[in-house]
Design a protein around this ligand. Structure first.
Ligand code: HBI
Ligand code: FE
Length: 288
């Protein structure tokens, strides 16, 4: 992980105390806008029948199909009308407390750079394509929008309990890599999947990964990988259920319980799991 280019210890020159910077939309070059268009065309072709209804609706509400990197002045007018959320520009990854504070106040921090042609298919740092294309459509959904606020508030609290690592897994397995069971079939809604050409197919169709029904405590015990496709996805029954369990659970006793429980290795399946697909793990094994 030595090659992160957009990680700082304190707000870099020109950034505000909350790490935000002006988007400076006029500064993006024609090549950078063309990179957005290329990524957008690939993904939007992939998503009908794969992405959750809420995600597809969000793309529409936000008019994300307009060519070029979105101008936040326009995007925020639509997003605020939908759910009172807004996107703000940041130089790259921000400290956890800063990140949670933004979410709790209905602001999503988006990296203000776009991947290079060499990084077309994979980069570990969130760029504007991942952050805006991946995250904004779900934030235009009123239920998911409230889930993200609850997550931000829970994140701030978790820092006081030393429970960040457990709570980060909840983010990972829902906001980034979540699947949802719709009446007409399983769909993707996690930003890490919907913004990835290959994983948006893999997550639904490949026999390798496990797909397990979402359970809050189980998710918070489960390790994850950041360097390749997931070996494990958690399936929520609905956005309403995800929001409900998050706001109705008192996390403090859960953290106490988690301290006594062991972590679960990525690909393990437990007897009490409600398994949708018992993965072959072939993909991960062949890569190892
Ligand atoms: N910063 N810009 C940015 N984007 C993130 O997704 C992000 C972050 N800082 C911290 C962080 N995520 C993690 O704490 C979450 O995964 C919980
Ligand atoms: Fe993300």
């Amino acid at each position: 992980m030595a090659d992160f280019q957009h990680v700082y210890d304190s707000p870099p020159d020109g950034a505000n105390a909350d790490w935000t910077i002006p988007q400076d939309w006029e500064k993006f070059s024609a090549d950078e806008h063309a990179m957005w268009d290329k990524l957008f065309a690939r993904q939007s072709e992939m998503l009908p029948g794969r992405a959750a209804d809420a995600f597809l609706r969000g793309m529409d509400v936000l008019k994300l199909s307009k060519p070029g990197i979105p101008d936040y002045r326009e995007l925020n007018a639509r997003l605020m009308a939908a759910t009172d959320w807004q996107v703000v520009a940041v130089p790259g990854l921000v400290p956890d407390a800063v990140f949670f504070d933004h979410l709790a106040n209905r602001r999503f921090p988006a990296g203000n750079f776009i991947r290079t042609p060499e990084q077309l298919d994979y980069l570990q740092e969130p760029d504007v394509f991942h952050d805006v294309f991946g995250h904004m459509p779900m934030l235009a959904d009123p239920v998911f929008a409230n889930y993200m606020v609850a997550y931000g508030q829970g994140g701030l609290r978790s820092l006081g309990f030393g429970a960040l690592d457990h709570l980060a897994r909840l983010y990972w397995y829902t906001v980034e890599f979540g699947l949802i069971q719709q009446p007409d079939g399983m769909r993707i809604y996690g930003a890490g999947i919907v913004s990835s050409y290959a994983e948006s197919v893999f997550a639904l169709d490949n026999p390798s990964p496990n797909r397990i029904c979402f359970d809050l405590l189980r998710v918070m015990r489960t390790e994850y990988r950041i360097d390749d496709f997931q070996q494990n996805y958690f399936v929520i029954p609905s956005l309403d259920q995800l929001l409900k369990v998050t706001v109705e659970t008192d996390f403090e006793p859960l953290y106490a319980k988690l301290e006594k429980l062991s972590d679960i290795a990525i690909a393990d399946i437990l007897p009490e799991d409600n398994v949708v697909t018992h993965g072959t793990q072939t993909y991960a094994r062949e890569k190892a």
